[in-house]
Structure formats: structure tokens, C-alpha cells
Design a protein around this ligand. Sequence first.
Ligand code: GDP
Ligand code: MG
Length: 239
Amino acid sequence: MRVVVVSPTYNERDNVDAFIASVVAAVPDADIYIVDDNSPDGTGQRVREHTEINPRVRLIARDGPRGYAAASREGLVRLANDGYEVIVTIDCDLSHDAQVIPIMLRHIADGADVVVGSRYVQGGGVRNWSLARRMLSRCGNWYTAVMLGVEVRDCTSGFRAYRSDVISAGTIAATTSNGYAFLTEVLFRLRRHGGYRIVEVPIVYENRTAGESKMSKTIISESMRRVTGWGFQRLLRRG
Ligand SMILES: Nc1nc2c(ncn2[C@@H]2O[C@H](COP(=O)(O)OP(=O)(O)O)[C@@H](O)[C@H]2O)c(=O)[nH]1
Ligand SMILES: [Mg+2]
């Protein structure tokens, strides 16, 4: 299988070295793409230095308005078009344990279309997250399940593996979210499309120790608005 690991970054200079090392250790044969939004802290420059010593590492340097969704969409669509068979998405802040990637790849080899690294299945969890952040994540997932009927327990996990046909089907290219709502939108669109096998594997999410979270009120309110909107769309289609 041709596998690529892609990570969107914004101000992750203090994490990117350890991140790349962890992915190389977990999946030495995979290519690694960092999609950087012109980070002011020089993340892109640091990645460029990696590309000179490791040909498996590549940088997609974006210009213009930044956004988790735009960077993820661009990376996924481009890499699917480049002919990779499996695309793994993972955060660069070391919250996601790269050692889980081989487990995800095994599920894909066994016939899964999408594998979601899940905090909310047996064996999964969260370490060092504030109570507020835990509540936000739990409530968000509960609301999403109620509104959208998506059966995935952790809809906002960005640690996933996609068989690239899933991306070529237009479900991901068609997304319109800006923030982390993108992650829910992808699952909602896959569900509406139908016929995809989505598997969850447990992950223990570690809160970042370097750099800052980009979670914001704008991102939270976008998620609430979007999930509510998709929920009503779903009800109307039924009726
Ligand atoms: N390219 C890009 N990456 C982003 C942006 N916002 C967040 N990220 C990356 O997305 C991943 C998750 O973001 P993070 O701030 O850790 O979110 P949290 O874990 O939900 O607090 C990290 O690798 C970030 O660097 C953005 O606007 N553009
Ligand atoms: Mg994070």
C-alpha cells in the first residue's frame, strides 16, 4: 500500500522535530506531508530543513487565509490525486500517538474505508485535558450524535486513516467548513453518501506540552451552527 501521513500545522515549530521523528519510527515507509499556513514562528522553514535531509518529508506551504479545514482539504485532495492509496491525518502537537498508525493500516487492509482514532471507545481516553475541554468535546460529540445520527463515537478526532477512493468520491472535496467542524462534516457526508465502512480504534489523547491550541470561540460556534444546520437538513430530507 502507498501510504502518506499528512499533518496541518500552524505555529508548531517546537513540536515538528519530535513529530516527524515519531512518524518515521512508526511507519518508516510512509511519506510525510506537512501543510503549513505560513506559520509566523517558522514551522515551514523548519520543515524545509527536514525535506533536505529526508526525501520522504514534504512541505505544502499555503498562503492566504489560514484554516484547519482548508489546509486539511487541500492536503487530502492533492494526495489522493497523487495516487496514494491510504492517507493518514494526524495533529502535529504530539497529542496523537503515531504508534497507532500501523493498527489503522491493518484495518484498512482488512477492508475498512475510514479508520477513526477514537477517545470514546473502550480503551480510549484523554490525558491532561482541562475539565472545560473534556466537557466541550463530550457535549459536542453527544449533540452531533443526536442531530446527525452519525454512529462514530468521536466525530471530532483528527487522527484518521482514509482509503483514498473515499476522498476521490467528492465527499471531502465538497466540504465547506472552516474549523474543526470539517471533521464532523466529512463523517456526515460519508454517512449521507452511504456504503462506507468506518471503524473506530481506541486512542489515548495527550494534551500538548509545547505550543498553543488554536481552539477558539469562532471554531466552537461554527461547529454548533453547522451541526444544527446539517441536522435540520437531515430531518427535512426524511420528511
Ligand atoms: N494549516 C493549519 N493547521 C492548523 C490550523 N489550526 C490548527 N492547525 C493544526 O491542527 C492541529 C490541531 O490543532 P490544535 O490547535 O492542536 O487543536 P486542539 O488539539 O483541538 O486544541 C495542529 O497540528 C495544529 O497546528 C490552521 O489554521 N492551519
Ligand atoms: Mg492539539
